[in-house]
Design a binder for this molecule. Structure first.
Ligand SMILES: Nc1ncnc2c1ncn2[C@@H]1O[C@H](COP(=O)(O)OP(=O)(O)OP(=O)(O)O)[C@@H](O)[C@H]1O
Ligand SMILES: [Mg+2]
Length: 133
């Protein structure tokens, strides 16, 4: 990385500076926090997202205790996955809203993953890039 939104890549010995303009935020949260997260995001002007019901486990492997010391049970815990494509200038604010609204301060509160998003298209108009978000 060479700056907040810049990244350098070398292809065939030629160095290019890329401007990373969009991120895909994937948040795995507790289902009962979904309304709070959604309302917090909408209140800050973020009005598009995708939600799915998922199952998973984190460090506790779905349990708060290890059963009989040695045995491990991999239980699937219901979670909600939220996907948001955002422009780089709001990514930090969006992540902060998710953290604040999804937190119960108990184990299993979830994770946020951030990926560079190379493009987006609005199918109806054919627009692309962050104007399509
Ligand atoms: N490394 C990971 N890769 C993919 N999904 C993950 C990962 N870590 C957590 N998840 C997903 O997030 C959900 C919630 O994870 P969780 O909050 O329990 O993480 P944790 O690391 O165990 O933190 P905590 O100690 O606060 O519970 C999991 O059920 C799983 O769906
Ligand atoms: Mg956990």
């Amino acid at each position: 990385m060479v700056g907040a939104n810049l990244s350098r890549v070398t292809i065939n010995d030629t160095q290019y500076t890329l401007r990373l303009r969009m991120k895909l935020i994937i948040a795995i949260i507790k289902p009962h926090k979904l309304d709070d997260v959604r309302n917090g995001l909408i209140a800050c002007g973020h009005n598009a997202m995708t939600v799915s019901n998922v199952e998973g486990f984190g460090r506790q492997k779905g349990r708060t205790e290890i059963y009989r010391g040695a045995e491990y049970y991999y239980d699937w815990v219901p979670k909600v996955k939220i996907e948001l494509a955002v422009s780089d200038d709001v990514v930090d604010a969006v992540i902060q809203i998710i953290i604040e609204t999804a937190r119960s301060s108990k184990i299993g509160d979830g994770k946020i993953f951030v990926m560079n998003l190379t493009n987006a298209y609005r199918i109806r108009t054919g627009e692309s890039g962050d104007t399509a978000l």
